[in-house]
Design a protein around this ligand. Structure first.
Ligand code: HEC
Length: 167
């Protein structure tokens, strides 16, 4: 009798705990603030001039960032994921890839040409290498989408942005 009573009490307590656990799991979804947010990683870019500003990147802009980090960051940024950049050793000094004062004036066709065929194809320095053999046209489009996204001052050309985003 005593044993049955203890057994019943333990059973009731266990069921109670179990039911509470289920309810609490169901009623508490994973809190948003605890989810992984990729600041400064793919999916967003920290503004190069203002570390407090996060620039959200779309899918294609993120692809462009990936290629930029692999191929261009050494000459077109002041710091790289691996450490200091080589930019200060390059003559002429390459534009920072977020420098809107330079790049906003460049049309997509010009950018496509200098990236694919190198500086000499547009009467610029051969220090800008040609990437047409290693990158596809689509890769280059994503690079341009990335450049436009991080430009400071911001790049304003709704038609270009729409076209690049929808491709
Ligand atoms: C070895 C260093 C180096 C690398 C790597 C490099 N560039 Fe360049 N880039 C230069 C130099 C130097 C210039 C300036 C050429 C000039 O003005 O005569 C330049 C110019 C440019 C310009 C023209 C900007 C302007 O002045 O209007 C663009 C766009 C550009 N690069 C994009 C890229 C992209 C995209 C990549 C990666 C796929 C890349 N570069 C990789 C050195 C480099």
């Amino acid at each position: 009798m005593k044993f049955t009573l203890i057994f019943l009490i333990v059973l009731v307590v266990c069921l109670d705990v179990a039911s509470h656990t289920t309810i609490s799991l169901a009623s508490k979804p994973h809190p948003l603030e605890a989810q992984y947010v990729s600041y400064g990683s793919y999916g967003s870019e920290i503004d190069w001039n203002d570390p407090h500003r996060i620039i959200p990147l779309g899918y294609r802009q993120t692809q462009g960032k990936r290629i930029f980090d692999q191929q261009c960051v050494w000459c077109h940024a002041d710091a790289t994921p691996a450490g200091p950049s080589n930019r200060s050793n390059v003559t002429p000094t390459p534009a920072l890839m977020n420098d809107g004062t330079v790049l906003n004036k460049d049309g997509d066709d010009f950018l496509r040409k200098i990236i694919a065929q190198g500086g000499t194809a547009v009467r610029r320095s051969p220090m800008m290498p040609p990437y047409g053999n290693s990158l596809t046209d689509d890769d280059i489009s994503t690079l341009i989408a990335y450049m436009r996204a991080i430009a400071a001052p911001p790049f304003k050309s709704p038609s270009t942005t729409r076209r690049d985003e929808s491709r």
